[in-house]
Design a protein around this ligand. Structure first.
Ligand code: UDP
Length: 461
């Protein structure tokens, strides 16, 4: 029997083991978890590498059949915001190389996630010649455009992204908008971008009858309910939804808004400042009693929250992709979403829900009124939504497309090796890297390049 193809999936801040819904734990964690499981189901051996953030964490965890989770030491073994992790990425790379050398493992493919692991993936591509796929999940230029001075990304992010795009073999785009941004903002070669939409777990998200869902989550059975599920960050603009609810309440519609997400399982405005901001806004607009915050919920509980609603809403300023609309649609609920990013691709306007301009509470209120006062329309949109998810947006489909991409890269690599081209670049020929922290630097400053070269050589064996 042939040995399985070994994939190193790098995801420095987004571990599949992290609780979902907090500030830095959202769609990327879900993606890494689901894509690694489903790719492993196709016969690949996947190691997911993430940064160790607790001292008692084992280095290797058997996470799912064919998937190991490897917690690499890189910086302090404690939780850290992702924007603080950049200085530790050389340490992350070195810890990866040390792990591979210790285990005497040669990875056939690298699958980088987000720009920081993208930097490591590009390093491995250059140094070891391993075929490399990159998915960004979010792009620095887009974030800068929308958040301006509020963008806390490290200064080097965009330069790194530009380099990664040119270095890796393929970039996966979640949706056509992301592909266009990669081409227009980053000069990516369109032929080296692969469109692979992420999916939704149909075994977890299914249509629960509304009365049953409301009973299970302890919500009164009557009256229209709008649901938001997701991280609670200003850019998700739940404030826009609260404003729309206030407009409708003023017009006499007896609706409630359920807000699911946050950094704690109870709605705590200290742990999640955005909850505080939303509570203040709801009070100012006179709708405090109509907005219900639940706090963070885990994926296995969410179908009851989506199911309790008549309609799901998400109106972010921008959205690289957005898994929550898929989840709501899989639960048979229509989605009213902002016409931005991935939402314009996943939500079919007038078919599975409606698209509205972002930052426009009146437009959102008009569509909400339509869906909430026309149950037959809501039911039709919800059925079409579920059917669309079953047909086109499952993780097995996403994994098949990803595996096909892996096979293409392996074939290209074999052809390049047969022709004697595409050899790894020697360390001496590499550009100097930013002055950041390497594995062991805390104890042994001054010798990182030696450490790193030794690690590279070990892993080439
Ligand atoms: N999520 C969760 N519990 C919560 C809030 C969010 O499990 O309390 C999940 C949600 O179901 C979705 C993910 O976090 O799978 C958010 O992904 P999305 O792509 O919508 O947005 P991102 O967080 O990546 O910006």
């Amino acid at each position: 029997m042939r040995a399985p193809i070994r994939v190193a999936c790098l995801s420095e801040h987004a571990s599949p083991a992290a609780l979902r819904g907090g500030e830095d734990a959202g769609g990327q964690n879900v993606y890494v978890d689901q894509i690694s499981r489903h790719v492993a189901g196709l016969g690949y051996a996947v190691d997911v590498f993430t940064r160790r953030d607790r001292p008692d964490q084992p280095v290797v965890v058997d996470w799912a059949p064919g998937v190991r989770l490897v917690n690499l030491p890189a910086g302090p073994a404690e939780p850290m915001l992702k924007d603080a992790m950049w200085p530790y990425m050389p340490a992350f790379r070195d810890a990866f190389l040390d792990f591979a050398a210790r285990e005497e493992t040669r990875y056939d493919l690298v699958h980088g996630n987000f720009w920081m692991s993208g930097w490591v993936a590009a390093e491995l591509r250059r140094r070891l010649g391993i075929p490399t796929v990159q998915i960004f999940h979010a792009l620095g230029k887009t974030k800068r455009r929308h958040q301006g001075a509020a963008d806390t990304s490290p200064a080097g992010r965009i330069a790194v992204e530009l380099d990664v795009v040119q270095t890796v073999d393929r970039v996966i785009a979640h949706c056509p908008t992301e592909r266009a941004e990669l081409v227009e903002d980053y000069g990516a070669d369109p032929d080296r971008i692969e469109l692979i939409p992420s999916g939704v777990d149909l075994a977890n998200f299914w249509p629960v009858p509304q009365r049953e869902a409301r009973r299970r989550i302890g919500l009164a059975p009557d009256g229209p309910v709008v649901v938001y599920v997701g991280r609670l960050l200003p850019r998700k603009d739940v404030r826009n939804v609260v404003r729309a609810v206030a407009l409708l309440a003023r017009d006499g519609l007896p609706l409630r808004l359920l807000v699911v997400g946050g950094d704690a399982p109870t709605p705590d405005p200290i742990a999640t400042p955005e909850i505080g901001a939303l509570q203040r806004l709801a009070a100012e607009l006179g709708v405090a009693d109509r907005v219900i915050f639940t706090g963070q919920r885990q994926p296995s509980e969410l179908r009851d929250y989506y199911g309790a609603g008549d309609v799901a809403v998400t109106t972010p300023w921008y959205e690289p992709y957005g898994l929550t609309p898929l989840e709501a649609m899989a639960c048979g609920r229509p989605v009213i979403g902002a016409a931005v990013g991935g939402i314009t691709f996943t939500v079919l306007d007038g078919v599975t829900g409606f698209l509205v301009p972002p930052r426009d509470p009146a437009a959102l209120a008009a569509r909400l009124a339509q869906v909430l006062t026309q149950p037959a329309l809501a039911a039709r949109l919800g059925r079409a939504a579920r059917a669309r998810m079953e047909r086109e947006f499952t993780w097995p489909i996403a994994a098949l497309r990803t595996a096909a991409l892996y096979q293409t890269l392996l074939a290209e690599r074999a052809a390049a090796l047969a022709l004697g081209v595409d050899a790894p670049v020697e360390e001496s020929a590499l550009a100097p890297e930013p002055a950041i922290v390497h594995a062991g630097d805390h104890a042994r400053r001054g010798g990182p390049r030696v450490t790193r070269r030794a690690a590279v050589q070990r892993s080439r064996r």
